[in-house]
Ligand binder design. Structure first.
Ligand code: NA7
Length: 541
């Protein structure tokens, strides 16, 4: 049996940096990755129009200034192929591939209490062991293909946006149906509409979206960013959302309607997430939220020429409480002659047929079906594996269908020694610029492991009380906002049968970083260690 100091799952942003840090610390480390290449999310989500909604000069690693200076982004919001190229560039630069085993899934992991070691079972049935078991599986990697009746009868092609083929899907001359209008659908719809003979959008919930106004970068802007690397890095790490920018200090309700409108218009003109971040109470106060919601609804009415289509596109939930979307020509696409919109909340999908799909209103024939139906977020990727801690208790049993999903800091679990989750449930994760939160977790975990090596510790485990307190705190922060009211993947409401819980820490990236640093500085408060009987032997330098 092969033994490693550490096993990491996933070769996306998280797993690649974790490997880099652990290798630097002298640990023998193996990364297992299901795909045949690095990239994680950016390996799988290759659908037309896929791009990031964080600005590219902030959507990258900051652990290496040399890397930051060597890589140059082409535009404000990078497209999937460019991000994938970046991650391949990182893998090459730091020679990560020799320690990554591709086309390999981890099916199960069991903590061996006696030997204080994880036994990790791979999809070929083989088992390896590791002292530390770390997941870098992302928050949105378990795709959700709803159980539509009759899918097996469909004679055309069908695809899920989160598992897009590596060869181009050609929509030319075809009739296409797309189900879902989250970020993926909103990005894919304009791109598919340009190619297809006809595109029918099956929409359950209308969305608020703001224009991205993507544009190529001015070389001078990039030069300045590289010049100011240290300051940008500091601001990213200390910010609320993981990118530099003004933290809103005003309430939407304390300014005049004219001032507010001017601010929203300016944000709409510049593009990006500016409306979401314009006032501090947009996601906290219903009245404040209404001002932003109504502003976007007015824009939809202005853009969409057919009033009946505009009516169908009118969102009514609290803006920002589902993932705020930015787009390129999303609402404009509904002015095209080859695009139609079907309201499947009013007339739900009954079944997939041989030729297309049937709603309660009638059948729609299509050559291709695209499922932009999202993911089982946060817990889904972790629960796909059978992870068992002390006494053979699985994560699934511990979390009990979501009723008891609890973690300590979103990084550790009581009952699961030497197990770390990068951007796990109850950490800032998806409500931040992901690479910043990933780096913070990776650095915290590798510092912790180095501390254990230096102090001859055999195991670390979160205390039940600390976990309960953290989980309670997360819930309290979330309940003070409007987020928990939305039926979103944030709350798990998109997955039938999943217990509704808001599993993202909303205290902000900077404050969370400080809290984690204080816990470490206080000898890892809320955790307990077991000392090794003899100095630890191994490959640690
Ligand atoms: P999302 O945001 O979860 O969107 C999924 C979409 O699919 C959404 O419009 C759903 O409607 C719709 N959906 C899901 N199930 C069904 C069924 N059964 N019938 C009809 N429509 C359905 O996933 P995305 O991939 O777009 O984005 C995920 C994240 O990736 C995104 O937020 C970014 O962070 C990156 P609903 O709104 O649930 O009514």
């Amino acid at each position: 049996m092969t033994n490693f100091d550490a096993v990491v799952i996933g070769a996306g942003f998280s797993g690649m940096y974790m490997l880099y840090r652990l290798r630097e610390a002298g640990l023998s480390t193996r990364v297992y990755e299901a795909a045949d290449g690095v990239g994680g999310t950016w390996y799988w989500n290759r659908y037309p129009g896929a791009r990031c909604d964080s600005e590219s000069i902030y959507y990258n690693y900051t652990f290496s200034e040399e890397l930051y200076r060597e890589w140059t982004w082409s535009s404000r919001y990078p497209e999937q192929p460019e991000i994938l190229k970046y991650l391949n560039f990182v893998a090459d630069k730091f020679e990560l591939r020799p320690d990554i085993q591709f086309k390999t899934r981890v099916n199960a992991a069991q903590y061996d209490e006696e030997n204080k070691i994880w036994q990790i079972t791979l999809n070929d049935g083989s088992t390896v062991t590791a002292k530390y078991f770390i997941t870098g599986v992302g928050c949105l990697s378990a795709s959700n293909l709803p159980k539509f009746n009759g899918l097996e009868n469909f004679k055309g092609e069908y695809y899920h946006t989160g598992h897009w083929p590596h060869t181009k899907v050609d929509f030319t001359g075809k009739t296409v149906g797309i189900i879902g209008t989250g970020s993926s659908g909103v990005q894919a719809i304009p791109a598919i509409a340009k190619e297809a003979a006809h595109l029918t959008v099956f929409q359950r919930t209308p969305q608020y979206s703001a224009p991205a106004r993507n544009h190529p970068y001015d070389p001078e802007y990039i030069r300045q960013a590289k010049e100011n690397f240290q300051e940008i890095k500091r601001q990213m790490r200390e910010s609320t959302g993981g990118a530099p920018g003004d933290i809103p200090t005003k309430s939407a309700l304390e300014v005049t309607p004219e001032e507010r409108l001017e601010k929203y218009e300016e944000a709409w003109r510049i593009g990006g997430q500016g409306i979401f971040t314009s006032y501090y109470d947009i996601t906290v106060n219903e009245e404040a939220n209404k001002t932003a919601s109504e502003f976007i609804r007015t824009k939809i009415r202005e853009i969409v020429k057919k009033p009946d289509v505009a009516d169908k596109l009118m969102p009514s939930y609290y803006y920002g409480t589902k993932r705020p979307i930015i787009d390129t020509d999303y609402y404009e696409t509904y002015n095209r002659e080859n695009v139609s919109l079907v309201d499947v909340k009013k007339n739900p999908i009954v079944e997939i047929t041989e030729k297309g799909l049937r709603t309660t209103e009638g059948e729609y024939e299509v050559d291709v079906l695209v499922f932009a139906t999202g993911f089982d977020g946060m817990t889904g990727p972790l629960l796909k594996m059978d992870i068992r801690g002390k006494d053979g208790v699985s994560l699934k049993e511990k979390w009990n269908g979501g009723e008891n999903t609890r973690t300590y800091l979103g990084v550790a679990n009581a009952g699961f020694p030497n197990f770390f989750m990068i951007t796990g449930p109850e950490s800032p994760s998806v409500l931040s610029n992901m690479p910043v939160s990933i780096e913070q977790h990776v650095e915290w975990i590798s510092d912790c492991i180095e501390y254990m090596c230096e102090n001859n510790m055999e195991s670390i485990e979160a205390n039940v009380e600390a976990e309960e307190a953290w989980s309670k705190h997360c819930g309290e922060v979330a309940n003070a906002t409007l987020f928990s009211k939305a039926d979103s993947w944030y709350t798990g409401a998109n997955i039938p049968g999943k217990t509704r819980r808001f599993l993202i820490y909303l205290g902000g990236v900077g404050a969370y970083r400080q809290k984690c640093a204080e816990i470490a500085a206080n000898g890892y408060e809320g955790f307990h260690f077991e000392k090794a009987p003899a100095p630890i032997q191994g490959s640690i330098k």
